[in-house]
Design a protein around this ligand. Structure first.
Ligand code: SAM
Length: 303
């Protein structure tokens, strides 16, 4: 047991920590009243999940999903075998920190672990430990794979990064005990909805420029057709009386005439909020941008 509050154990493109205040204001007004189920079909690093689990004791159970099976294997390992994972991470951390100041050896170590990860032959907790190790030591915490599903992010330049955050892994493990963990396409999560369910969708964002590559988390691209398929799913949830909230990039900020989301979600409630993107190799593109929060219910913003 631990009293520590669980927080995301990964750096992840599109991590939602900076949007939590705005998401809180956009939740259904009566959310604290009754028991409810929370479903997050594109969980990534789970910034909103961990915040929700801590904030709402009336959250009866939660369901998370992602199409990235290496990510989901890591969640499952933390949930069921946290101590085993911690002991492997501890070794990786000691070995990596031991190479501080020896740039060539450190690089060799990183690339040998990346190669080992890509064989996907380690058993469950070994594979999860490598996933966390790479996330902590790679360039900008990116997760990017090629067509063959080989992770190909180069080494980052952090000095003594934390690889084994024991306390947090234990806290996350405890928090995940009431969470169902799924791997697959988001539409499968509908089977887990009950009569008081809130969905939060944070799909891969529609890129704001040709060069921004935020949406290469998995082998398959999330293109405009995928954005429309998701809108159709949200529409279906609406007809089934499930509440949902969805975030995406505000493409209008880049091109005032781009009405893509305004058009496809015109039946729902759209608000624009400020957000900072931190994962971007080009510092000039790390500026403030708007993001969209779309809901299928009306809410009153608390003052
Ligand atoms: C913007 S990220 C989510 C970020 C997350 N909210 C956070 O705070 O870290 C989008 C996620 O959607 C996942 N994804 C992409 N296509 C999917 C699909 N069809 N079904 C489920 N998940 C998918 C990606 O693997 C990625 O982790």
């Amino acid at each position: 047991m631990t009293d520590k509050i669980a927080k995301p154990f990964l750096k992840w493109a599109g991590g939602k920590t900076q949007l939590i205040n705005d998401i809180e204001k956009a939740l259904p007004n009566d959310i604290s009243k009754d028991k409810f189920t929370y479903i997050e079909p594109f969980v990534g690093s789970g910034a909103v999940l961990f915040w929700m689990l801590n904030k709402f004791p009336n959250l009866q159970n939660a369901v998370i999903n992602d199409i990235n099976d290496d990510l989901i294997n890591t969640y499952k390992t933390i949930s069921s075998r946290p101590k085993e994972l911690i002991s492997i991470l501890d070794i990786l951390q000691n070995e990596f920190h031991g190479l501080e100041g020896q740039d060539e050896e450190k690089k060799e170590y990183y690339y040998s672990k990346r190669e080992l990860y890509n064989t996907r032959k380690e058993e469950q907790s070994g594979q999860a430990a490598l996933f966390i190790f790479l996330n902590r030591t790679c360039f900008n915490g990116l997760y990017r794979v090629n067509r063959k599903n080989e992770y190909n992010v180069p080494m980052g330049s952090y000095k003594r990064p934390t690889i084994c955050d024991r306390e947090n892994i234990l806290a996350v493990s405890q928090a995940l005990q009431k969470v169902e963990i799924l791997c697959g396409d988001y539409k499968e999560t509908l089977n887990f909805a009950d009569n008081n369910t809130l969905f939060y969708f944070d799909p891969p964002y529609k890129p704001l420029s040709e060069t921004s590559s935020f949406n290469s988390y998995a082998k398959d691209e999330f293109n405009d057709q995928e954005q429309i398929r998701l809108r159709d799913f949200c529409h279906k949830l609406d007809t089934l009386n499930h509440n949902w909230i969805l975030s995406n990039s505000d493409v209008k900020g880049k091109d005032i005439n781009d009405d893509f989301f305004d058009e496809i979600y015109s039946e729902f409630s759209i608000s624009r909020v400020k957000a900072r993107r931190s994962i971007n190799a080009n510092p000039e593109k790390r500026g403030e941008l708007n993001e969209l929060l779309i809901t299928n219910y009306a809410y009153e913003q608390a003052l």
